[in-house]
Design a protein around this ligand. Structure first.
Ligand SMILES: NC(=O)C1=CN([C@@H]2O[C@H](COP(=O)(O)OP(=O)(O)OC[C@H]3O[C@@H](n4cnc5c(N)ncnc54)[C@H](O)[C@@H]3O)[C@@H](O)[C@H]2O)[C@@H](O)CC1
Ligand SMILES: Nc1ncnc2c1ncn2[C@@H]1O[C@H](COP(=O)(O)OP(=O)(O)O)[C@@H](O)[C@H]1O
Ligand SMILES: [K+]
Length: 479
């Protein structure tokens, strides 16, 4: 697991470390790491370091200080460094002195555009973890002249450090170099951060506010059969999805369950014939009441929001096994919360809303702070809430929160959510902790999406077909 900490926690840890570290030492550690990355980017993009031009955008705080010190380090490699000070009277004193001593050039705001447009690399040291709101107009105007790669110091300026929200002008970086620990922005705003690198400055933090699964975590969690397993022992999943008019959701969700784990998948609903035709290994029946025993249910995709759908949902909630309630099931719960009275107390429930379904469940859209939104829904429904979107957030009722950083946006295709619900259901049936099940399923789903797409649009069927490759790729680390 990768830990992610809020800026409040980072600042407190930095204060503790600062108290026992010589003056300026932490900033020099940060700036040295930054300079190494800047040189690497220059070499990557221009083929050389010496003689290249770097322009620093320098704000009034320590973030600007990092940039200035990095500029001084780059001078040692014969890089031509210029610094545009957004607030000259409040620029970081020791950093500014170091850059001047090293032969760096200080450029006025008026001359800034021409230096930016001639640069081989622009370093964004406008604002760091103390940022509030989007960029001020003077900084925003400078960004319009950037034509080279951008390296963000700690985080891309203008993006909210704790939520990743962008609600005005903001830097879009090719690479972000952060210090000490990952902050929420790095997981929640991948399109603004570019590639993220962590420089160790000696910060030690425990008990993260937010987590991200490593490939190794997913590999360790993913259920595989052992020598003593049979088709029942690995957990049987039941899929209550689709309708006679709309069998597609059933085929996709049931197919994902087939591909996620070995063992047995049952299907119950009006698309039984179509499902059986597509997946002969599935035991399909017309109704949940005669589906037979399962260790988890997926309910919702394509079942409709009428009385029949409500009865199906009520039935599976009362079986005493974990339930993944997706799509129409979330809408039914939002409209008729009393269906949850049927839920067998203590049995896990995973809700998988997209933003629109979330608004139905909670009466308001997720808003800028998606982690807080998912957490409050998890508390309200005493359920694991998988809030879908570009960055999917998974919160448990006890406050644990995971974020899945996407690989592009290829999953934004019709039926892709149905595939995800089948994956979640299969992992629930295998007995995984529901929060981890939702996280591991989301990880493999997004990997399957990028493998299926491989640079061109794909479809839910394509994502489904790529699930085995995604699992193979995840497991290749451990085998
Ligand atoms: N404290 C430490 O031990 C370390 C801090 N480091 C750096 O220090 C940074 C934090 O420094 P500071 O706390 O001085 O704060 P920042 O540099 O993040 O911001 C400072 C000032 O920027 C202004 N500002 C806020 N929002 C703005 C906006 N939207 N547009 C323009 N200006 C805005 C405010 O006037 C604020 O005082 C980190 O992000 C990191 O880069 C690193 O050097 C590592 C060590
Ligand atoms: N822009 C995006 N980037 C990455 N993933 C996305 C994006 N938009 C949607 N997704 C993912 O695609 C899936 C869509 O699910 P859902 O909204 O239920 O669609 P459907 O009902 O068509 O299956 C979710 O896993 C969601 O997180
Ligand atoms: K920055």
């Amino acid at each position: 697991m990768q830990g992610i900490w809020t800026t409040e926690r980072i600042r407190a840890a930095e204060d503790r470390l600062l108290a026992v570290t010589p003056d300026g030492e932490l900033m020099r550690r940060a700036a040295f790491g930054l300079a190494v990355h800047a040189a690497e980017m220059l070499a990557e993009h221009t083929g050389s370091v010496s003689g290249r031009r770097v322009t620093l955008l320098v704000g009034s705080g320590n973030n600007g200080g990092d940039a200035l010190w990095a500029g001084a380090f780059l001078r040692r490699r014969n890089v031509a460094v210029s610094a545009i000070l957004l607030k000259p009277e409040r620029a970081h004193g020791p950093g500014l002195a170091a850059l001047k001593r090293s032969g760096g050039k200080i450029v006025s705001l008026e001359d800034g555009p021409q230096w930016i447009s001639r640069a081989d690399l622009v370093v964004d040291g406008i604002v760091g973890i103390s940022a509030r709101g989007s960029l001020r107009p003077d900084a925003a105007a400078l960004l319009g002249h950037v034509g080279s790669p951008v390296l963000a110091v700690d985080l891309p300026s203008g993006v909210d450090p704790d939520t990743g929200a962008v609600d005005g002008p903001a830097v879009v970086a090719d690479r972000t170099v952060t210090f000490g620990a990952l902050k929420p922005v790095h997981a929640l705003a991948p399109a603004s951060c570019g590639e993220v690198f962590l420089v160790d400055i000696g910060l030690r933090l425990t008990d993260p506010d937010l987590q991200r699964l490593d490939t190794a975590d997913v590999a360790a969690a993913w259920p595989v059969p052992g020598p003593d397993d049979d088709k029942y022992s690995q957990g049987v999943v039941g899929i209550a999805a689709g309708s006679a008019t709309y069998p597609g959701a059933a085929v996709l969700a049931a197919g994902a369950a087939v591909r996620a784990t070995s063992g047995l998948v049952r299907y119950a609903g009006h698309a039984a014939d179509v499902v059986r035709g597509q997946w002969p290994e599935i035991i399909a029946t017309g109704s949940v009441t005669d589906a037979g025993r399962v260790q988890a249910w997926v309910v919702g995709p394509g079942i409709g929001t009428g009385n029949e759908g409500r009865d199906v949902l009520r039935f599976v909630l009362g079986r005493g096994v974990p339930v993944c309630a997706d799509a129409d099931a979330t809408t039914i719960i939002a409209r008729s919360p009393d269906v949850l009275d049927a839920r067998d107390p203590g049995t896990p429930l995973v809700l998988t809303p997209h933003a629109g379904e979330f608004e139905r469940l909670m009466g308001a859209p997720p808003g800028a702070d998606r982690v807080a939104a998912a957490r409050s829904a998890a508390r309200k429904y005493d359920a694991v809430v998988l809030l879908k979107g570009h960055c999917t957030v998974i919160a448990a009722p006890d406050g644990r929160a995971l974020v899945n950083t996407p690989r592009g946006s290829w999953l934004a295709t019709a039926g892709s959510g149905d595939v995800l619900s089948g994956l979640v259901g299969a992992l629930l049936a295998s007995g995984l902790d529901p929060w981890l099940a939702a996280g591991a399923a989301t990880h493999v789903h997004s990997l399957a999406g990028s493998l299926a797409a491989d640079g061109a649009p794909t479809s839910a069927s394509g994502i489904l077909a790529a699930v085995p490759d995604a699992i193979r790729s995840v497991r290749s680390l451990t085998s």
